[in-house]
Design a protein around this ligand. Sequence first.
Ligand code: GLN
Length: 387
Amino acid sequence: MPELSKRTESFTDSVIRRMTRISDAYGAVNLSQGFPDFDPPKEIMNELQRAATEGPHQYAITYGAKNFREALARKQEHFSGVKVDPEKEIVVTCGSTEAMMAAMMAVTNPKDKVIIFSPFYENYGADTILTGAVPIYVPLMPPAFTFDANVLEDAFKQGVKALILCNPSNPCGKVFTKEELTIIAELAIRYDAFVITDEVYEHIIYEPYKHVYMSSIKGMKDRTIICSSLSKTYSITGWRLGYVIANEQVIERVKKVHDFLTVGAAAPLMEAACVGLSFGDEYYKKLQAHYTHMKNLFISGMDQIGLQYSDPQGAYFVLVDISEYGYKSDVEFCEDLARKVKVGAVPGSSFFKENVNNYIRFHFAKQDSTLEEALSRLENMNRIMKK
Ligand code: GLN
């Protein structure tokens, strides 16, 4: 067989998504890959039925159906306070996974340096390898997951093209404060870099924390490349509806990448999701209340079991410290957890650049009954898993 490509040699498939397959194989309650087991809003499902009979069933405009982009621009302006031109500043993609890849392809050349905070969502590692960019990792230090501004500036001094900012953060649940965003923004401006955001958890925030959009920080509108999606906000992860919002020149390039990579997001799904993009503030308040409920249910259960975890400010993950179980490998721990305790988790090492293997990640975007079942299984964890 001829030699396969070098660029696909040096990374594995996604550990997060692999853990879903392992959980399923062992009949575990899957708290690994983050996705809800409850329905999307009724209004969206009804619109999907309507789209099934009335269409559209053919290609939409490659960079997104006009009504979808217009609704998205209105929503984004409403929450971020920053104007968005739906014709020139948006590309609708197949999930924010494509959005991030297309953004990286649009701004980086091979060997360009890109700052990534660690722990980080594992896609960014593969994204840099696939684009040929060189990651520079800056630690977010537990337990509060703060960064050292001097270390960050040292990274910028190496000459970087972009910084990837996951806010609210997967996996650590950090919500960057306006002050922290301002520090990052000032450095991006001083060292002439883009900030590529991943804001898929923008509406999953716990009181008293608030999501501040990087694009709304002074001087950042034209430097911020927003990647986000409808997956988490409307509980439609399988619809693969994401987007990039950026200035016109960047979007021109993203449009080209997207056009040749996937042509377009699914037309009937864009049509149906428009109703979600037009929901009023009440919807987002209810979403926040629902996630607060799930978080409280899950962490109070963990308290009762006596697990040590990070209490998230946003997103829907907890990192649980497994030091006391005596495992050398968190990957082995997660396999055993799925097989013996029958609960799926993601090994923390897949998120850290540093040699950290004493965390596992659970997500709690699940119905009460699912979380209760997971907690009742986790009650056996100490007995079964301690070495
Ligand atoms: N963001 C989710 C997680 O970290 C999964 C997203 C995905 O698998 N595309 O679990």
